[in-house]
Ligand binder design. Structure first.
Ligand SMILES: NC(=O)c1ccc[n+]([C@@H]2O[C@H](COP(=O)([O-])OP(=O)(O)OC[C@H]3O[C@@H](n4cnc5c(N)ncnc54)[C@H](O)[C@@H]3O)[C@@H](O)[C@H]2O)c1
Length: 429
């Protein structure tokens, strides 16, 4: 994808005069470049840091305007986004397969929220490093590890050898007792994660390890933010992005953070929020809400035993919309033969005109990990955009739209507007 910027400096008698954009010959030339996107004026935030971080300068052209003046054209290429994943489970599998799927179906638009985020396409995301602790994954090429048990997400496509070996991460609290019959811890010595991130030229690390891995999550966050100085996305319900200490660290190191916990593409949380908002708009008093989620993947085994932080992020995402106290409960169950298919049962009880009772009962059935990958792909591109712009710390708008537990909760429509402003460069974070 090319991102073009056309401008003109006219030189007359050795003196430079900025002539602005109406430079028909350069615009025409730019139009002829395939996939070129023209800004009438380059957002300063986009241009300068992009050059600083070494985006390739594809073309600098000098064109004659009149016999006494010349114009310049600069075209920037938006490079690939180099991503590392911590945890090669079902979510990582859905991400890797999805990128391959869209590569093979370049005209396919289904399932993509934003085709283009600041010049970055879905297929600009490239996985360059992966960490796990399971002996069936460590040492394998990522294209094979994503299909190793206990992963059981639906297969979207074959993935050719990627040349990315899964490396042994430090276990910390990533494999609790109740997961030991699912995850077989490898004997290898853990690698130095910060060093690997540096050596692979990673831009963004995405945390995809089991919920409740408090220590391991903090380790990966610190390696990304402080050691390797790369962007950090926390896909799991450990409160890292919401933690002021990490915010300070991220600002100091000028690296962006997004989290905490994915608000899936069209999962139970976003659907439940939409229904609650509808009730509020239509004058319904909401008395009770419950959400039962069940699936047959490892994530759900873990959520049954160690789901406290997920209850917190889910319930906060619902509670934050309501102007009064309401009885809200969320629950998780593991049903082995459902594999990665998640069923969410949402119940809302309330009262309307004259206290007349109302009950909404909804069942949602989704491929759980695809739901996470569908938002991860946007979060990754937003993180890279912030890196390009030299913006560090929490990306408030991106967090509000894509995370269950953002540092600041906003209504989803407002969050969407803020996100668009961020992408267009009209909002810093
Ligand atoms: N829709 C979704 O699926 C969704 C939505 C929101 C959040 N999440 C969260 O994303 C995370 C990943 O989900 P998943 O379904 O891929 O889980 P998973 O159990 O399939 O994968 C987790 C992987 O992490 C590995 N691991 C354990 N400890 C590790 C460590 N210390 N270092 C590196 N790897 C380690 C495991 O071996 C496993 O491969 C979970 O915490 C889940 O709650 C998922």
């Amino acid at each position: 994808m090319l991102l073009g910027w056309a401008s003109c400096y006219a030189f007359s008698k050795g003196k430079r005069q900025h002539r602005g954009i109406p430079l028909s010959s350069s615009l025409l030339w730019l139009h002829r470049q395939e996939g070129c996107h023209i800004f009438s004026r380059p957002p300063r935030t986009l241009l300068s840091p992009a050059l600083e971080v070494g985006h390739s300068l594809l073309h600098v052209g000098i064109i004659p305007l009149t016999t006494r003046s010349i114009g310049a054209i600069i075209i920037l290429t938006m490079g690939k986004i180099r991503v590392a994943v911590a945890g090669v489970g079902n979510c990582a599998s859905a991400l890797v397969q999805g990128i391959e799927y869209y590569k093979n179906h370049p005209d396919e638009k289904v399932g993509i929220l934003f085709e283009n985020i600041g010049g970055y396409q879905v297929t600009d995301v490239e996985i360059v490093a992966a960490f796990d602790v399971d002996e069936r994954k460590v040492g394998q090429d990522l294209s094979e590890a994503i299909f190793a048990p206990p992963n059981n997400t639906e297969k979207l496509c074959d993935v050719p050898t990627m040349g990315v070996k899964v490396q042994m991460g430090p276990v910390f609290d990533g494999v609790p007792e109740h997961l030991k019959s699912f995850v077989k811890v490898a004997k290898e010595k853990p690698v130095d994660v910060g060093l690997v991130l540096k050596e692979t030229g990673t831009d963004v690390l995405v945390n995809l390890i089991p919920t409740g891995s408090k220590e391991a999550t903090r380790y990966y966050a610190q390696q990304a933010i402080e050691i390797a100085k790369v962007a950090f996305i926390n896909g799991i319900p450990e409160l890292v992005v919401s933690d002021d200490k990490f915010e300070e660290l991220a600002i100091k190191n000028r690296v962006p953070m997004i989290g905490d916990d994915f608000k899936s593409q069209l999962g139970a949380t976003i659907l439940n929020r939409a229904l609650l908002k509808l009730c509020l708009q239509r004058g319904v008093k909401i008395d009770r809400v419950y959400q039962l989620n069940y699936a047959g993947n490892t994530d759900f085994v873990n959520l049954v035993f160690r789901g406290a932080s997920k209850h917190l992020t889910k319930e906060t995402a619902l509670r934050s919309l309501l102007p009064y106290e309401t009885d809200i409960a969320t629950s998780f169950a593991y049903v082995a033969n459902q594999k990665d298919r998640k069923i969410a049962r949402i119940e809302i009880e309330g009262r309307k005109w004259g206290g007349a009772p109302l009950r909404i009962s909804v069942e949602l059935s989704v491929n759980d990990s695809a739901d996470a990958a569908g938002v991860m792909i946007d979060m990754i591109r937003c993180a890279k955009l912030a890196l390009d712009r030299g913006v560090g710390g929490r990306l408030v708008s991106v967090c509000a739209y894509y995370a269950k537990h953002p540092p600041i909760q906003y209504d989803d429509e407002e969050a969407f507007k803020m996100l668009q402003e961020f992408i267009e460069g009209r909002r810093e974070r």
